[in-house]
Design a binder for this molecule. Structure first.
Ligand code: SAH
Ligand code: SF4
Length: 356
């Protein structure tokens, strides 16, 4: 008893001295220790929340997510949209469908539209440029974010010239041997990283990130992910738990750990105080209060779904995805209630990064 108390005191003082370092730049040993502790979570989350409030106050930014195609030419082993999944029913939204999602979103106060999809060859650069420039023309006061995978630098430049200003491309894992376990040999970590640096060089606000608890992931892999993020210095960092998709080769692997995901959100907030960090739908899928707890651990973005209800269930990257039954209006007000109940302000500001 006496002994365990002493250990507790020692650990608490280690945590305090670690977090008193500003900026917070932990060593590998410190990171692996911090991520393995579950007795300090409330203290860690409070610290992260204080840092986020210093940079962003209580504001939580909204991003209207339009999942415009579930076709994909790739075969990431964890994802239900993979080309080899013959059990999924495929769809594509037309330009008119997408513009009508934007119109609905605009009326609901959204000032950022995120166009996300699989790598679908149907959507040539020309088509994407046309869609982006049409949205930009109709809503010049809104930010357009793309999340459509790996492209040539010249394509990224063309999308930028058409009006896109943000791009989400998770690196997924920064450890080459882990990357090879999650992807077929036709895909390459080096290329993915190159895409991220190309996007930055063009002038996009760039988001990267990874899944927590993806099959075969180790603590060392997570540390490598954090080190990669330090070298990239992204504007947005998206992490969420890996969630099993029953029609993939990884169908027998368990979901990622919820608490570890929250702890990582807090650590990322402390290390990247300026970053825009979403409380992801995946977090809300593995725990009913997941997004609220994500906000309290340091996240400051939510991404309500703006896709037509008729296609939502088909964007089945993982099983049991939430928010597939309600329309855009319900989703918006549900999230506003959740954000407010968690003690934050639901912001319709465009929500650019506050980087120095
Ligand atoms: N095709 C694009 C965007 C769509 S996928 C791309 O890959 O970048 C968007 C994200 O979904 C991926 O980056 C991945 O991190 C996440 N994802 C895919 N399968 C998942 C799963 N089973 N559990 C949790 N997240 C998953
Ligand atoms: Fe395609 Fe993206 Fe899914 Fe990989 S993660 S299969 S690129 S949609």
């Amino acid at each position: 008893m006496w002994c365990s108390c002493r250990i507790q005191v020692t650990d608490t003082s280690r945590l305090h001295s670690l977090l008193s370092n500003k900026p917070f730049v932990p060593t590998d040993d410190e990171l692996s220790w911090l991520l393995s502790q579950d007795s300090f979570d409330s203290f860690l989350f409070k610290e992260a929340d204080a840092v986020r409030q210093r940079f962003y106050g209580k504001q939580v930014y909204l991003r209207g997510l339009i999942e415009f195609t579930n076709y994909c030419k790739n075969n990431c082993l964890y994802c239900g949209l993979r080309a080899k999944n013959s059990l999924i029913s495929r769809y594509r939204l037309s330009k008119e469908d997408i513009l009508s999602c934007c119109a609905q979103g605009y009326a609901l106060g959204y000032r950022t539209f995120v166009l996300q999809g699989g790598e679908d060859p149907f959507f040539t650069d020309e088509i994407i440029i046309d869609i982006v420039s049409s949205i930009h023309k109709a809503y010049p006061d809104c930010a357009i974010t793309l999340s459509i995978g790996e492209k040539e630098k010249s394509s990224y430049q063309d999308f930028f010239d058409a009006g896109a200003r943000r791009y989400l491309l998770r690196h997924e894992t920064a450890a080459p041997e882990h990357y090879r376990k999650l992807h077929p040999t036709s895909m390459s970590l080096e290329r993915r990283k190159q895409c991220l640096f190309d996007l930055k060089a063009i002038g996009y606000q760039v988001g990267s990130g990874f899944m927590v608890g993806s099959p075969y992931q180790t603590v060392e892999n997570i540390i490598a992910d954090i080190r990669f993020l330090q070298s990239l210095q992204p504007d947005m960092i998206g992490i969420g738990p890996y969630i099993t998709q029953s029609d993939t080769p990884f169908k027998d692997f368990p979901n990622g750990d919820f608490k570890l995901t929250l702890r990582l959100i807090a650590v990322l907030r402390l290390m990247f105080p300026y970053a825009l960090i979403p409380a992801t739908t995946a977090l809300g899928t593995i725990c009913p209060e997941g997004r609220e707890l994500g906000l309290k651990a340091g996240a400051n973005v939510v991404m309500p779904n703006l896709s037509p209800v008729a296609v939502r269930k088909k964007y089945a990257i993982y099983d049991s995805k939430i928010c597939t039954g309600e329309g855009s209006v319900q989703c918006r007000f549900c999230l506003e209630r959740r954000v407010t109940n968690a003690g934050y302000e639901f912001s319709t500001d465009i929500g650019d990064v506050k980087k120095h």
